[in-house]
Design a protein around this ligand. Structure first.
Ligand SMILES: [Zn+2]
Length: 91
């Protein structure tokens, strides 16, 4: 395989979907868990458990997001990155 922009053979797979999926999943999971806890408890007793819940939600979100991203990478994007001209392309 070679780069369609410059013809270089120094191309690497770019796990774009996985990273973005993990980031989105982590943020969404953390926010979702945080809000769920905030809604249930009084504000002055909430801090510890809300933080733990948010972290747990974020962790779960990252795992789910990364998994979804892997599927996107494998089936849809299949992005490659050229080390010479720094452009990315799909195959
Ligand atoms: Zn190139």
């Amino acid at each position: 395989m070679h780069c369609p922009h410059c013809g270089s053979q120094k191309v690497h797979p770019r796990p774009w979907g996985r990273k973005v999926g993990a980031a989105i999943g982590g943020v969404a999971g953390g926010i979702g868990a945080w809000e769920a806890t905030q809604a249930k408890e009084e504000v002055d007793t909430v801090t510890g458990s809300a933080v733990l819940s948010a972290l747990a939600g974020a962790t779960a979100g990252v795992l789910v997001g990364a998994k979804l991203g892997e599927v996107v990478d494998a089936n849809i994007l299949n992005l490659q990155y050229c080390l010479d001209c720094k452009k990315q392309f799909s195959i």
